[in-house]
Ligand binder design. Sequence first.
Ligand SMILES: *[C@@H]1O[C@H](CO)[C@@H](O)[C@H](O)[C@H]1NC(C)=O
Ligand SMILES: *[C@@H]1O[C@H](CO)[C@@H](O)[C@H](O)[C@H]1NC(C)=O
Ligand SMILES: *[C@@H]1O[C@H](CO)[C@@H](O)[C@H](O)[C@H]1NC(C)=O
Length: 429
Amino acid sequence: TGRGGTDIISTVEFNHTGELLATGDKGGRVVIFQREPESKNAPHSQGEYDVYSTFQSHEPEFDYLKSLEIEEKINKIKWLPQQNAAHSLLSTNDKTIKLWKITERDKRPEGYNLKDEEGKLKDLSTVTSLQVPVLKPMDLMVEVSPRRVFANGHTYHINSISVNSDCETYMSADDLRINLWHLAITDRSFNIVDIKPANMEDLTEVITASEFHPHHCNLFVYSSSKGSLRLCDMRAAALCDKHSKLFEEPEDPSNRSFFSEIISSVSDVKFSHSGRYMLTRDYLTVKVWDLNMEARPIETYQVHDYLRSKLCSLYENDCIFDKFECAWNGSDSVIMTGAYNNFFRMFDRNTKRDVTLEASRESSKPRAVLKPRRVCVGGKRRRDDISVDSLDFTKKILHTAWHPAENIIAIAATNNLYIFQDKVNSDMH
Ligand SMILES: *[C@@H]1O[C@H](CO)[C@@H](O)[C@H](O)[C@H]1NC(C)=O
Ligand SMILES: *[C@@H]1O[C@H](CO)[C@@H](O)[C@H](O)[C@H]1NC(C)=O
Ligand SMILES: *[C@@H]1O[C@H](CO)[C@@H](O)[C@H](O)[C@H]1NC(C)=O
């Protein structure tokens, strides 16, 4: 890890067609990768992702009123649907959301009348005739420019941003509030959820993630540290404190322990592409919820159940507070989420098969095949099995993304980005 950990990847996001992939890091940088078009001459380089643009999105700041350092770490990136030749994305740290515009230039104007090629004003006495400037081809340049800065909307740390399907608004959620913004207006937002109690000592629950429904612009969901999901309808009331639906699984009393509440905190929530289901991740499981069934999830998958007996030490080393994300594949039939030891898990909802895979330099060589890994708990140990006690808890895969239409996944493992695809593997640093 270089630059004092500033290159640790903190978010990964494909654009809506999957041709572009953006990552954000702890140092406030955004790196955009672009998928190369298929090439007949080099079949194995087909569809690889190469760096397209890198820019500094956020800088460290200091809040003098509260004497607080505001980290530059990028918490989330969201692409806006493309409306013209330019691409746009939103990036956020704990406090400030920025809208960036990414444009390509492969021509430059030449032959100005009043300035020379370097842009300096010419000596007017040398200008004797008028010429028409022309566009000359040049090497492709990608330009990134800040378009809007949405500041001062949040007192607490922003954990999510989500662009509405109306393509005009987006929301941002912090620990206690959710705001709705118009993409063109930076100086005001509308507060749509506020769970801050009158007395902060009564605080028992915080907002952990939030997302708009993919098709119904009036619906959104937010998850909480108590393991519940609230589906809200903006048509019902301007302030959505009275959720329309509460999704919550009753706790199994036989499993109750000191850690129950911590491990039930939802670290991520994602609507399926169809809009019919929601996927949530908590410390030990991923769950699929049907929007029409509030009482319990329709599917629960164990991510690393062997950690159930290790919660005490995971609490002591703070790992129990790790926030793992989760992702659907393009057809909502497979679920992916991260784990420790650079392992990540996939669950096939139809066949009920699950697999543990490893993001490593070995597995990312071109044409390498991802080999399933197994963690063994005591008892019999097969060759290549890894024992629970030798898992490396500093190597965690928190951020993953699945291409919206193909079997291509992006996995952030500390400061390495791995992109695995059906035909070729690639590894980027
Ligand atoms: C995603 O990026 C690709 C590559 O530039 C572009 O062609 C496509 O329109 C983008 N998709 C959307 C929906 O913005
Ligand atoms: C209770 O614990 C067992 C394993 O100890 C686990 O399989 C089961 O899913 C847990 N129940 C709930 C509701 O989490
Ligand atoms: C989702 O995964 C299933 C099972 O591997 C696969 O058949 C399907 O093509 C995937 N869908 C997309 C859009 O990648």
